[in-house]
Design a protein around this ligand. Sequence first.
Ligand SMILES: [Zn+2]
Ligand SMILES: [Zn+2]
Length: 589
Amino acid sequence: MYIKYHPILQLCDVLGNKDFPLQLAAACKSANIEQDSPLVLHIEASLGPGRGSNRILLERDFADIEKGSVDLQNGQIIPVNTTTATAEHSDCSSEISQDQVKLAKNNTTPGPYVEASPPSPKRRKTGGMRPVKQTESAPLMPENSEDGAPSVRQVHTETRFPQRKKLGKEVPVLEPTSVDKLIAGIWKQLFSSVQLTRFSTIPEPSFNIRTGVSGEVFQAVNIMCMKYYNQSQSSRALEMIVQAYWIECYEARIAVIRLENPNYSSTEARMMALKEACAVLNWKEKDLRNRLAIWRGYKEIKDAGGWASLIFASTGVYRFCKYRTGFSDGFATRLRHLRSAFEVAADTLHSEWRDLLHVIGHDEPRRYDGHPHGWVIVPGGESAVPLDSTYGHLKLSNGFQYEFIDECVLDQDFFGLIDPRVIPELDNTDICQACKERQSDDIKMNQCSCFPSLFGSVRSPAPIQIFHTTSGRNNGVIARCNIERGTAIGEFTGLITNGIQGVDVMVGGTRPHTYQIFQGQMGNFTRFINHSCKPNSQFQKFYWRGKERILVISKGITAGIEITVDYSDSYWRQLDKRCLCGEYCCRFN
Ligand SMILES: [Zn+2]
Ligand SMILES: [Zn+2]
C-alpha cells in the first residue's frame, strides 16, 4: 500500500505528524477513491503572515512558491512543474501543516499534476484533508502591545467563516453506536425547550379557529401545537417512569407471592404475578412479556443514568430497548459517568422535571440550582461541584465570584454611555456586513442567518457544560452535542472596559479605538474555554446591528469533546507557563 512509500514517510517527519499515513488512507476512503485508481498527492506551499503579525493579507499577496506531487501508485516524486503555478488559494498558514497537503484525484494518466486555472470548485472538494484553516487572518493585536495588555487572546478578523462543511467529511469518524444515539437523544432533549409537566390542562381557544387563518388564529393554533407537543412528551416520560417502576414492583410482587406460597417454584410465582397484571391491563400474557422486556430496558437506563436519563431519553429509547443491541457492559458505565451531568442539565434547565416522579410517589429534592454553568462536572460520574469550589487554590479573600451574563456590560466609568463596540462609519447598522441581509432582534423581521444560534433567531442554551479536566488545566468546556463547523457556540461576554493591566483580557475594536473585554468578575462560559495548539473552535468578530461582537465559532466539534481555542502566540509569550494541550503539534510545551 502506498502509505509505506518513502516520500510519504518523509512527509510524516517534515509535518511532525505521525498519523499522516492513516489520515491519508482515511482521506482516500472518505473521498471514495479506490486505491488502485491513479492518484497523486499534491503538495502546495504558500506565503502567509507570521504568527503575531497584524498584517492583513489580500488575495493577491498569495503566490504558490513551489509545488510537487507524489504518485501514490508507485511512490515516485513527480517533479515540480513551475509553469502551472497560479495564485489560487487563500490559505495563509505560516508553517507547513497538514492543511497544505491536498489530495487530488488524477483522472487521466499518472504524471505531473496540472492545476486548473482558475481553480475549479470541484477539485477543492476532493481535498478530504483540509479540515480547518488555522491562521485564516491576522491576529487582532501585535505581539508586544504598547498598551501593556499582557495576555491577549487572538480574534480572527475575518467576518466570514470558511465554507461550512458537513461534520465528519474531513476527519473520518466512527459511525455512532446505538448507545451514542441514545445519549445524543438525551442531550438533545435536555437542551431543548420542551416543558415536562405532570398535570396538563390545555384550554380550548376562546374563539373560533375555523374562520379563516388570521394572525390571531394562526397564533392560537401554534400555541395548541406547542402545548400538545409538551403534553405528549410529558405523557411519554410519565409512561416510562411508571413502566420502569412496574419492573421493580413486579420483582417485589414475585418475592411476596413466594413468601405467601412457599411451595411455589420461582416460575410459578412469576406466572402468578403475570396473570395478576394481565387481568388488570387486559393484555394477553405474550403481549405483556414483550412489553416487559422493553420496560426492563427503561429500568436499566434509569439505574445507570438516573431518572433524568430516562425521562429525557425521548425519541429512540423505545427502539434501543426493543432491540437491545446497545445493552453491553460499556452501556451502563457510560451512562453512570454521565449521570451527574444529566442531572445538572435537567435541574438547571428544566427545574420542574423531578415533579414527574411524584407519579410513583418518589420525592427527590432538586440537587443543582442556579445557573447551568455554575456547576462543574467531575470525571467518573461523581456529584458535580459548585464552580466556586474549584478555585480554592486561588485563595481569594472573598472566594470566587462570577456573575453569568448573556450580554456584555459596559464599564461606564471608562466609556460613559458610549459603547465602544459601535461602528460609527456604518450608514445602515441593520444591514449585515457579512451577508448583506437585514438584521433584527425580532425573529419575524430578521433575515441574516449568519449565526442563528446567537442572533435573530430562536435561542437555545449552548449545548455545553463546564467540566473538570484531568490534565491539570482545572476547568474546561465540553460539548454535549455535535456542533457543526461554522456554528457560533457563544459570544465572548464580559465587562467592556479599557486600561486593565496584569490580567487576561480580550481586546476588541480596531486601533486606535480598542477596548477590552474583562471576564474576571462577570461573563459567560467562554471564560472557561481552554487553549489548544490544535483548537476545534476560534474567536471571530461579527457585527450585529452595528456593534462588534466576538464569537466562539466551531470548526466542527463532536459531542463529548472538549471545546478549545487558540489563545495566540502573544498570549503565551508573556506567560511563564507550559501548555498542557497535549497535542502532537504543541507550540508551548
Ligand atoms: Zn448576516
Ligand atoms: Zn499546546
